[in-house]
Design a protein. Structure first.
Length: 121
């Protein structure tokens, strides 16, 4: 019986199709891997078991989670980190400088060698 021999054209189609299937499979695998890591990461941070409810919550997206929480600012983060380590939060240098500058400007007295009525050059 006569069998047709595979030519370059039919081999090319097979290779292209195989490459597409392999590429799609790897892409889906990476996406699934990222999703599983995200769920496990949230569970680890929250100290909660990985279950369907947590997976639904994580996969709903940040829009819904953000709408349920109040806005976070730098002071909230500093307080949370200080509380975690059992420390008192310190003010930033910028905030301390701003307070010091405001305080100094309200209590500043002229230098004794400079008269308020002295002409300037």
């Amino acid at each position: 019986m006569f069998r047709p021999i595979a030519t370059a054209g039919s081999c090319g189609m097979y290779c292209a199709t195989k490459h597409a299937v392999v590429g799609m499979t790897e892409s889906l695998f990476r996406e699934l891997e990222g999703t599983v890591l995200k769920i496990v990461g949230y569970a680890s941070l929250l100290g909660a078991p990985v279950d369907v409810a947590l997976a639904r919550e994580v996969l709903e997206g940040p829009e819904k989670r953000m709408s349920m929480t109040k806005p976070t600012n730098v002071d909230d983060i500093v307080d949370a980190v200080a509380s975690y380590y059992g420390r008192r939060p310190r003010r930033s240098r910028r905030a301390a400088r701003a307070t010091k500058t405001r305080h100094a400007s309200t209590t500043r007295t002229p230098h004794p060698t400079v008269s308020a009525n002295a002409p300037t050059a």
